[in-house]
Design a protein around this ligand. Structure first.
Ligand code: C5P
Length: 221
């Protein structure tokens, strides 16, 4: 069999939302479908990489021949990432919940009366991308983050790239009228420290293919 462009390379991909429990039946979450991350994992696999996909709760079929680790919370996703490095490539597409509830109730929270509503203290979740990208040892050679923005896309994304120490950041516009978050298409710009490349609106699988092409170029340089 002919060797593929990413043969011998390992990759870690995070995808989907995280669910942060409130009580046994409720959670804090977001509308991420996991589609973009799954598509990238599949494209990297097709290009010959050995892929580990770490996924929050999604309704997608597990991709064939890819090691899938299913998690629920941000903390579980971070732990799974840390136990699956070193890798050559890390692509962090997951829409990790920024906060979790401080005191998770072990019983279902009851309505007490119309006038009374519960309040929740939140704590900030760990930043998985920043944790991986800022490592001194075992930092992947190429760390790619995503930036879902609704305004000042490129400026916000570039600040994010620097702050989190990732090599590239893939920017997308998640304003509700774009129907990107939770949808089947995406339109992205890839930002590095020296370069900016726009890919026109396309199916998330096609976006995965284009990003994989850029990853292949990076390793061929
Ligand atoms: O800061 P923001 O959430 O916009 O950053 C988005 C990027 O950071 C994505 O690549 C996402 O997967 C990653 N991220 C993460 N852990 C978090 C928050 C974001 O890995 N707690």
């Amino acid at each position: 069999t002919a060797t593929k462009p990413l043969s011998g390379k390992t990759a870690l991909v995070t995808a989907g939302p995280t669910y942060e429990p409130i009580d046994p039946v409720r959670f804090l979450g977001n509308y991420s479908s996991g589609r973009q991350g799954y598509a990238i994992a599949e494209e990297l696999h097709d290009a010959g990489a050995q892929v580990t996909l770490i996924s929050g709760p999604v309704s997608l079929l597990p991709p064939q021949n890819i090691r899938l680790i299913s998690v629920q919370t941000a903390q579980e996703m971070l732990d799974a990432c840390l136990s699956n490095i070193p890798v050559d490539i890390a692509v962090m597409t997951a829409a990790v919940a920024d906060w979790r509830v401080k005191n998770i109730s072990n019983k279902k929270i009851k309505k007490t009366g119309d006038a009374q509503t519960p309040t929740f203290d939140l704590i900030t979740n760990p930043d998985i991308l920043a944790t991986i990208a800022q490592k001194n040892i075992n930092r992947p050679k190429l760390v790619i983050g995503f930036a879902a923005e609704t305004n000042d896309l490129l400026d916000n994304a570039d600040a994010k790239r620097k702050r989190k120490n990732c090599d590239w950041i893939v920017v997308n516009d998640v304003s509700p009228d774009t129907k990107i978050m939770g949808g089947v298409e995406n339109e992205v710009t890839i930002l590095s420290s020296s370069d900016k490349q726009h890919f026109k609106r396309a199916d998330k699988r096609e976006i995965g293919r284009l990003l994989t092409k850029e990853i292949i170029k990076f390793f061929n340089h």
